[in-house]
Design a protein around this ligand. Structure first.
Ligand code: NDP
Length: 386
Protein backbone atom coordinates (compact mmCIF):
# COMPACT_ATOMS: atom_id res chain seq x y z
CA UNK A 1 0.00 0.00 0.00
CA UNK A 2 1.38 3.40 -0.91
CA UNK A 3 0.68 6.43 1.26
CA UNK A 4 -0.22 9.67 -0.53
CA UNK A 5 1.58 12.60 1.06
CA UNK A 6 1.83 16.38 0.73
CA UNK A 7 4.66 18.51 2.11
CA UNK A 8 4.03 22.14 2.99
CA UNK A 9 7.40 23.89 3.24
CA UNK A 10 9.06 21.27 1.01
CA UNK A 11 12.12 23.42 0.27
CA UNK A 12 12.99 24.00 3.93
CA UNK A 13 15.09 21.99 6.35
CA UNK A 14 12.22 19.77 7.59
CA UNK A 15 10.67 19.50 4.12
CA UNK A 16 13.95 18.33 2.57
CA UNK A 17 14.55 15.86 5.41
CA UNK A 18 11.08 14.42 4.78
CA UNK A 19 11.79 14.08 1.08
CA UNK A 20 15.11 12.44 1.85
CA UNK A 21 13.23 9.68 3.69
CA UNK A 22 10.72 9.40 0.85
CA UNK A 23 13.66 9.08 -1.56
CA UNK A 24 14.79 6.00 0.41
CA UNK A 25 11.30 4.42 0.15
CA UNK A 26 10.02 5.59 -3.22
CA UNK A 27 7.75 2.57 -3.69
CA UNK A 28 5.81 3.34 -0.48
CA UNK A 29 4.94 7.01 -0.99
CA UNK A 30 3.17 9.01 -3.68
CA UNK A 31 3.76 12.74 -3.54
CA UNK A 32 0.65 14.81 -4.11
CA UNK A 33 1.48 18.46 -3.29
CA UNK A 34 4.79 20.20 -2.60
CA UNK A 35 4.89 23.85 -1.55
CA UNK A 36 7.37 26.67 -0.99
CA UNK A 37 7.25 30.40 -0.46
CA UNK A 38 9.28 31.92 -3.27
CA UNK A 39 11.90 29.32 -4.12
CA UNK A 40 10.38 28.28 -7.46
CA UNK A 41 13.52 26.68 -8.91
CA UNK A 42 14.05 24.27 -6.03
CA UNK A 43 10.35 23.52 -5.73
CA UNK A 44 10.09 22.72 -9.45
CA UNK A 45 13.14 20.45 -9.27
CA UNK A 46 11.66 18.56 -6.29
CA UNK A 47 8.23 18.33 -7.90
CA UNK A 48 9.81 16.79 -10.99
CA UNK A 49 12.03 14.41 -9.02
CA UNK A 50 9.10 13.12 -6.96
CA UNK A 51 6.49 13.33 -9.75
CA UNK A 52 4.24 15.52 -7.61
CA UNK A 53 0.74 16.30 -8.85
CA UNK A 54 0.74 19.94 -7.67
CA UNK A 55 3.45 22.49 -6.84
CA UNK A 56 2.40 25.65 -5.02
CA UNK A 57 4.36 28.81 -4.24
CA UNK A 58 2.83 31.06 -1.58
CA UNK A 59 4.36 34.14 -3.16
CA UNK A 60 2.49 35.08 -6.36
CA UNK A 61 5.62 36.77 -7.70
CA UNK A 62 7.27 33.33 -7.97
CA UNK A 63 4.45 31.84 -10.05
CA UNK A 64 5.78 32.72 -13.56
CA UNK A 65 9.12 31.06 -12.76
CA UNK A 66 7.39 27.99 -11.35
CA UNK A 67 5.05 27.73 -14.34
CA UNK A 68 7.95 28.07 -16.76
CA UNK A 69 10.05 25.44 -14.99
CA UNK A 70 7.17 22.97 -14.95
CA UNK A 71 6.29 23.54 -18.62
CA UNK A 72 6.09 20.27 -20.50
CA UNK A 73 5.29 18.25 -17.37
CA UNK A 74 1.88 17.19 -16.07
CA UNK A 75 2.56 18.89 -12.72
CA UNK A 76 0.03 21.59 -11.94
CA UNK A 77 1.51 24.94 -10.83
CA UNK A 78 -0.36 27.27 -8.50
CA UNK A 79 0.33 30.25 -6.27
CA UNK A 80 -1.00 32.31 -3.40
CA UNK A 81 -2.42 31.64 0.06
CA UNK A 82 -5.74 30.32 -1.29
CA UNK A 83 -3.95 27.82 -3.52
CA UNK A 84 -2.05 26.58 -0.44
CA UNK A 85 -5.33 26.04 1.40
CA UNK A 86 -6.88 24.31 -1.62
CA UNK A 87 -3.86 21.98 -1.90
CA UNK A 88 -4.21 21.11 1.79
CA UNK A 89 -7.79 19.97 1.24
CA UNK A 90 -7.02 17.71 -1.70
CA UNK A 91 -5.38 14.39 -2.42
CA UNK A 92 -2.97 13.31 0.25
CA UNK A 93 -4.07 11.59 3.42
CA UNK A 94 -0.76 12.42 5.20
CA UNK A 95 0.43 16.02 5.34
CA UNK A 96 3.71 17.40 6.59
CA UNK A 97 3.15 20.90 8.00
CA UNK A 98 6.64 22.39 7.74
CA UNK A 99 6.07 25.99 6.71
CA UNK A 100 7.91 28.32 9.08
CA UNK A 101 5.85 30.81 11.07
CA UNK A 102 2.18 31.58 11.48
CA UNK A 103 1.92 31.63 7.66
CA UNK A 104 1.57 27.85 7.96
CA UNK A 105 -1.61 28.06 10.01
CA UNK A 106 -4.26 28.27 7.22
CA UNK A 107 -3.16 25.17 5.22
CA UNK A 108 -2.45 23.20 8.41
CA UNK A 109 -5.88 24.01 9.80
CA UNK A 110 -7.47 23.10 6.48
CA UNK A 111 -5.77 19.68 6.45
CA UNK A 112 -7.04 19.10 10.00
CA UNK A 113 -10.56 20.22 9.05
CA UNK A 114 -10.47 17.67 6.23
CA UNK A 115 -9.72 14.92 8.76
CA UNK A 116 -6.22 14.17 7.48
CA UNK A 117 -3.20 12.89 9.34
CA UNK A 118 -1.02 15.95 9.92
CA UNK A 119 2.63 15.63 10.88
CA UNK A 120 3.21 18.94 12.63
CA UNK A 121 6.59 20.67 12.56
CA UNK A 122 5.11 24.17 12.23
CA UNK A 123 5.03 24.97 15.95
CA UNK A 124 4.12 28.64 15.42
CA UNK A 125 0.68 27.60 14.13
CA UNK A 126 0.00 25.63 17.30
CA UNK A 127 1.34 28.41 19.53
CA UNK A 128 -0.93 30.99 17.89
CA UNK A 129 -4.06 28.90 17.49
CA UNK A 130 -3.56 25.79 19.62
CA UNK A 131 -7.01 25.56 21.16
CA UNK A 132 -8.69 26.06 17.79
CA UNK A 133 -6.47 23.52 16.01
CA UNK A 134 -6.99 20.85 18.66
CA UNK A 135 -10.77 21.44 18.64
CA UNK A 136 -10.98 21.31 14.83
CA UNK A 137 -8.86 18.16 14.71
CA UNK A 138 -11.16 16.49 17.23
CA UNK A 139 -14.34 17.49 15.35
CA UNK A 140 -12.98 16.25 12.01
CA UNK A 141 -11.38 13.10 13.43
CA UNK A 142 -7.96 14.26 12.21
CA UNK A 143 -4.72 12.90 13.65
CA UNK A 144 -1.94 15.24 14.80
CA UNK A 145 1.50 13.64 14.86
CA UNK A 146 4.11 15.84 16.55
CA UNK A 147 7.34 16.13 14.55
CA UNK A 148 9.29 18.50 16.76
CA UNK A 149 11.86 16.10 18.21
CA UNK A 150 10.80 16.75 21.83
CA UNK A 151 7.09 16.33 21.18
CA UNK A 152 7.67 13.33 18.98
CA UNK A 153 9.67 11.82 21.85
CA UNK A 154 6.82 12.49 24.29
CA UNK A 155 4.31 11.08 21.80
CA UNK A 156 6.39 7.90 21.58
CA UNK A 157 6.89 7.69 25.36
CA UNK A 158 3.14 8.06 25.83
CA UNK A 159 2.65 4.75 24.05
CA UNK A 160 3.78 3.22 27.35
CA UNK A 161 0.90 4.49 29.47
CA UNK A 162 -2.14 6.76 29.58
CA UNK A 163 -2.06 10.52 29.74
CA UNK A 164 -3.98 10.49 33.05
CA UNK A 165 -1.17 8.33 34.53
CA UNK A 166 1.51 10.94 33.76
CA UNK A 167 3.08 12.71 36.71
CA UNK A 168 5.63 14.77 34.77
CA UNK A 169 6.74 15.60 31.25
CA UNK A 170 10.34 16.73 30.83
CA UNK A 171 11.11 18.77 27.73
CA UNK A 172 14.83 18.63 27.13
CA UNK A 173 16.69 21.61 25.68
CA UNK A 174 20.20 21.76 24.23
CA UNK A 175 20.62 25.27 25.64
CA UNK A 176 21.70 26.52 22.20
CA UNK A 177 25.05 27.94 21.11
CA UNK A 178 25.22 30.50 23.97
CA UNK A 179 24.36 28.17 26.85
CA UNK A 180 27.53 29.09 28.75
CA UNK A 181 27.78 32.73 27.62
CA UNK A 182 27.33 35.69 29.94
CA UNK A 183 24.72 38.37 29.31
CA UNK A 184 27.54 40.74 28.28
CA UNK A 185 28.95 38.25 25.76
CA UNK A 186 25.50 37.70 24.24
CA UNK A 187 25.06 41.45 23.69
CA UNK A 188 27.34 41.28 20.66
CA UNK A 189 26.04 38.06 19.05
CA UNK A 190 25.84 38.18 15.23
CA UNK A 191 23.20 36.41 13.08
CA UNK A 192 25.95 34.08 11.81
CA UNK A 193 26.78 32.99 15.37
CA UNK A 194 23.11 32.60 16.30
CA UNK A 195 22.21 30.34 13.37
CA UNK A 196 25.15 27.99 14.04
CA UNK A 197 23.47 25.49 16.36
CA UNK A 198 25.89 23.10 18.09
CA UNK A 199 23.80 19.92 17.51
CA UNK A 200 21.05 20.49 14.94
CA UNK A 201 21.08 21.66 11.33
CA UNK A 202 17.89 23.77 11.01
CA UNK A 203 16.34 26.76 9.25
CA UNK A 204 17.44 30.27 10.30
CA UNK A 205 14.36 31.23 12.33
CA UNK A 206 14.28 28.15 14.57
CA UNK A 207 18.06 28.35 15.01
CA UNK A 208 17.74 31.88 16.40
CA UNK A 209 14.80 30.70 18.54
CA UNK A 210 17.06 27.97 19.94
CA UNK A 211 19.76 30.52 20.69
CA UNK A 212 17.37 32.78 22.66
CA UNK A 213 15.62 29.70 24.17
CA UNK A 214 12.36 31.08 22.77
CA UNK A 215 12.21 27.80 20.88
CA UNK A 216 11.77 26.06 24.24
CA UNK A 217 9.14 28.63 25.19
CA UNK A 218 7.23 27.91 21.96
CA UNK A 219 7.65 24.18 22.65
CA UNK A 220 6.25 24.59 26.14
CA UNK A 221 3.10 26.11 24.63
CA UNK A 222 3.08 23.37 21.98
CA UNK A 223 3.37 20.65 24.65
CA UNK A 224 0.63 22.29 26.71
CA UNK A 225 -1.78 21.91 23.76
CA UNK A 226 -0.65 18.47 22.57
CA UNK A 227 -0.36 16.77 25.96
CA UNK A 228 -3.00 18.14 28.36
CA UNK A 229 -1.41 17.13 31.68
CA UNK A 230 -1.43 20.64 33.15
CA UNK A 231 1.28 23.25 32.77
CA UNK A 232 2.67 22.58 36.26
CA UNK A 233 3.57 19.05 35.15
CA UNK A 234 5.70 20.16 32.20
CA UNK A 235 9.30 21.03 33.09
CA UNK A 236 12.28 22.07 31.01
CA UNK A 237 15.69 20.47 31.52
CA UNK A 238 18.86 21.57 29.76
CA UNK A 239 20.64 18.60 28.22
CA UNK A 240 23.49 19.86 26.00
CA UNK A 241 24.11 16.61 24.08
CA UNK A 242 20.55 16.44 22.60
CA UNK A 243 20.46 12.66 22.93
CA UNK A 244 17.41 12.30 25.18
CA UNK A 245 14.73 14.13 23.23
CA UNK A 246 12.24 14.29 26.13
CA UNK A 247 10.81 12.10 28.88
CA UNK A 248 7.52 11.09 30.45
CA UNK A 249 7.32 10.10 34.09
CA UNK A 250 4.31 8.03 35.18
CA UNK A 251 2.65 7.82 38.61
CA UNK A 252 4.59 4.66 39.44
CA UNK A 253 7.83 6.71 38.88
CA UNK A 254 8.76 4.86 35.72
CA UNK A 255 10.27 7.36 33.31
CA UNK A 256 10.12 6.58 29.59
CA UNK A 257 12.41 8.52 27.28
CA UNK A 258 13.10 8.52 23.56
CA UNK A 259 16.77 8.73 22.55
CA UNK A 260 18.41 9.18 19.19
CA UNK A 261 21.09 11.00 17.25
CA UNK A 262 20.24 14.69 16.75
CA UNK A 263 18.85 14.20 13.24
CA UNK A 264 15.35 15.43 12.40
CA UNK A 265 14.89 12.54 9.99
CA UNK A 266 14.43 10.27 13.03
CA UNK A 267 11.25 11.93 14.40
CA UNK A 268 10.08 12.57 10.84
CA UNK A 269 10.51 8.86 10.02
CA UNK A 270 8.41 7.96 13.03
CA UNK A 271 5.60 10.23 11.82
CA UNK A 272 5.96 9.26 8.16
CA UNK A 273 5.58 5.53 8.83
CA UNK A 274 3.17 5.92 11.78
CA UNK A 275 1.67 3.68 13.16
CA UNK A 276 4.32 1.44 11.59
CA UNK A 277 8.13 1.87 11.60
CA UNK A 278 10.39 2.46 8.61
CA UNK A 279 14.10 1.90 8.03
CA UNK A 280 16.20 5.05 7.95
CA UNK A 281 19.87 5.50 7.15
CA UNK A 282 20.34 7.91 10.07
CA UNK A 283 23.36 7.45 12.32
CA UNK A 284 22.64 4.90 15.06
CA UNK A 285 23.12 6.14 18.60
CA UNK A 286 26.49 5.20 20.08
CA UNK A 287 26.26 5.88 23.80
CA UNK A 288 29.68 4.39 24.55
CA UNK A 289 31.21 6.94 22.19
CA UNK A 290 29.14 9.79 23.68
CA UNK A 291 30.30 8.63 27.12
CA UNK A 292 28.23 10.93 29.31
CA UNK A 293 24.96 12.80 29.34
CA UNK A 294 24.68 16.10 31.23
CA UNK A 295 21.68 17.88 32.66
CA UNK A 296 21.13 21.26 34.29
CA UNK A 297 18.31 23.59 35.29
CA UNK A 298 17.51 26.31 32.74
CA UNK A 299 18.82 29.77 33.66
CA UNK A 300 15.85 32.08 33.17
CA UNK A 301 17.89 35.14 34.16
CA UNK A 302 20.15 34.87 31.12
CA UNK A 303 17.40 33.26 29.00
CA UNK A 304 14.04 34.75 30.07
CA UNK A 305 12.13 33.42 27.04
CA UNK A 306 10.79 30.30 28.78
CA UNK A 307 9.50 32.39 31.68
CA UNK A 308 7.81 34.78 29.23
CA UNK A 309 6.20 31.86 27.37
CA UNK A 310 4.96 30.26 30.58
CA UNK A 311 3.37 33.57 31.61
CA UNK A 312 1.72 33.84 28.17
CA UNK A 313 0.10 30.41 28.61
CA UNK A 314 -1.11 31.28 32.09
CA UNK A 315 -2.55 34.59 30.82
CA UNK A 316 -4.08 32.71 27.88
CA UNK A 317 -6.42 34.44 25.44
CA UNK A 318 -4.53 36.46 22.85
CA UNK A 319 -1.15 36.33 24.60
CA UNK A 320 0.37 33.21 22.95
CA UNK A 321 -0.51 34.52 19.45
CA UNK A 322 0.95 37.92 20.40
CA UNK A 323 4.10 36.25 21.69
CA UNK A 324 4.53 34.30 18.47
CA UNK A 325 3.94 37.29 16.19
CA UNK A 326 6.29 39.52 18.19
CA UNK A 327 8.97 36.84 18.16
CA UNK A 328 8.68 36.31 14.38
CA UNK A 329 9.08 40.05 13.76
CA UNK A 330 11.92 40.44 16.28
CA UNK A 331 13.85 37.44 14.92
CA UNK A 332 13.50 38.77 11.34
CA UNK A 333 14.75 42.18 12.54
CA UNK A 334 17.75 40.54 14.23
CA UNK A 335 18.55 38.49 11.10
CA UNK A 336 18.38 41.77 9.09
CA UNK A 337 20.77 43.31 11.64
CA UNK A 338 18.16 45.91 12.61
CA UNK A 339 18.13 44.97 16.31
CA UNK A 340 20.57 43.19 18.61
CA UNK A 341 20.34 39.59 19.82
CA UNK A 342 19.26 40.48 23.37
CA UNK A 343 16.58 42.80 21.99
CA UNK A 344 14.59 39.81 20.70
CA UNK A 345 13.19 38.64 24.03
CA UNK A 346 13.07 42.23 25.30
CA UNK A 347 10.82 43.18 22.37
CA UNK A 348 8.56 40.15 22.91
CA UNK A 349 8.27 40.94 26.60
CA UNK A 350 7.50 44.64 26.01
CA UNK A 351 4.87 43.80 23.38
CA UNK A 352 3.11 41.34 25.70
CA UNK A 353 3.05 43.89 28.51
CA UNK A 354 1.86 46.77 26.33
CA UNK A 355 -1.80 45.83 25.65
CA UNK A 356 -4.40 43.07 25.98
CA UNK A 357 -6.78 42.42 23.10
CA UNK A 358 -10.00 40.44 23.67
CA UNK A 359 -9.73 36.64 23.73
CA UNK A 360 -9.94 35.03 20.27
CA UNK A 361 -12.90 32.79 19.53
CA UNK A 362 -12.33 32.04 15.84
CA UNK A 363 -9.60 32.02 13.21
CA UNK A 364 -10.34 35.58 12.08
CA UNK A 365 -9.65 36.79 15.64
CA UNK A 366 -6.27 35.03 15.65
CA UNK A 367 -5.32 36.69 12.36
CA UNK A 368 -6.41 40.09 13.70
CA UNK A 369 -4.34 39.58 16.87
CA UNK A 370 -1.37 38.41 14.82
CA UNK A 371 -1.63 41.42 12.48
CA UNK A 372 -1.90 44.03 15.22
CA UNK A 373 0.94 42.43 17.21
CA UNK A 374 3.18 42.56 14.13
CA UNK A 375 2.43 46.26 13.53
CA UNK A 376 3.10 47.14 17.17
CA UNK A 377 6.26 45.02 17.24
CA UNK A 378 7.57 46.83 14.15
CA UNK A 379 7.19 50.05 16.16
CA UNK A 380 9.22 48.56 19.02
CA UNK A 381 11.84 47.45 16.50
CA UNK A 382 12.00 51.05 15.20
CA UNK A 383 12.59 52.30 18.75
CA UNK A 384 15.43 49.84 19.37
CA UNK A 385 16.98 50.09 15.90
CA UNK A 386 20.79 49.94 15.97
P1 NDP B 1 13.08 26.64 6.82
O1 NDP B 1 13.26 28.09 6.94
O2 NDP B 1 14.26 25.78 6.51
O3 NDP B 1 11.96 26.32 5.70
C1 NDP B 1 10.74 26.97 5.70
C2 NDP B 1 9.83 26.48 4.60
O4 NDP B 1 8.62 27.25 4.63
C3 NDP B 1 10.41 26.67 3.19
O5 NDP B 1 9.89 25.68 2.35
C4 NDP B 1 9.87 28.04 2.80
O6 NDP B 1 9.83 28.24 1.40
C5 NDP B 1 8.47 27.98 3.39
N1 NDP B 1 7.93 29.29 3.73
C6 NDP B 1 8.58 30.31 4.33
N2 NDP B 1 7.75 31.35 4.49
C7 NDP B 1 6.55 30.99 3.96
C8 NDP B 1 5.30 31.66 3.79
N3 NDP B 1 5.12 32.92 4.20
N4 NDP B 1 4.30 30.98 3.19
C9 NDP B 1 4.47 29.71 2.77
N5 NDP B 1 5.64 29.03 2.88
C10 NDP B 1 6.66 29.67 3.48
O7 NDP B 1 12.36 26.16 8.15
P2 NDP B 1 12.54 24.78 8.94
O8 NDP B 1 12.36 23.63 8.02
O9 NDP B 1 13.74 24.87 9.80
O10 NDP B 1 11.30 24.85 9.95
C11 NDP B 1 9.98 24.65 9.49
C12 NDP B 1 9.06 24.55 10.71
O11 NDP B 1 9.43 23.38 11.43
C13 NDP B 1 9.21 25.71 11.69
O12 NDP B 1 7.98 25.97 12.27
C14 NDP B 1 10.17 25.18 12.74
O13 NDP B 1 9.98 25.78 14.01
C15 NDP B 1 9.77 23.71 12.77
N6 NDP B 1 10.82 22.81 13.20
C16 NDP B 1 11.98 22.76 12.51
C17 NDP B 1 13.01 21.90 12.89
C18 NDP B 1 14.29 21.80 12.11
O14 NDP B 1 15.12 20.97 12.46
N7 NDP B 1 14.50 22.59 11.09
C19 NDP B 1 12.87 21.08 14.10
C20 NDP B 1 11.56 21.17 14.71
C21 NDP B 1 10.59 22.01 14.28
P3 NDP B 1 11.06 28.96 0.57
O15 NDP B 1 12.16 27.94 0.53
O16 NDP B 1 10.49 29.27 -0.76
O17 NDP B 1 11.42 30.19 1.36
Amino acid sequence: MTRSISIFGATGSVGLSTLDLVRQHRDQYEVFALTANGNAAELAALAKEFSARIAVVADDAAYPALKQQLAGTSIEAASGPDALIAAAALGADWTMAAIVGCAGLPPTLEALRCGKTVALANKEALVSAGALMIAEARIAGATLLPVDSEHNAIFQALQGGRIDQVSKITLTASGGPFRTWTHEQMAGVTPEQAVAHPNWDMGAKISVDSATMMNKGLELIEAHHLFPVGLDKIEILVHPQSVIHSMVEYHDRSTLAQLGSPDMRIPIASALAWPDRMHSNCEPLNLAEIGRLDFQQPDETRFPATRIARAAIVAGGAKPAMLNAANEVAVAAFLNRTVQFLDITEIVSRLLDSYSPPDPSELADIFAIDKEARIRTEQLVEELKV
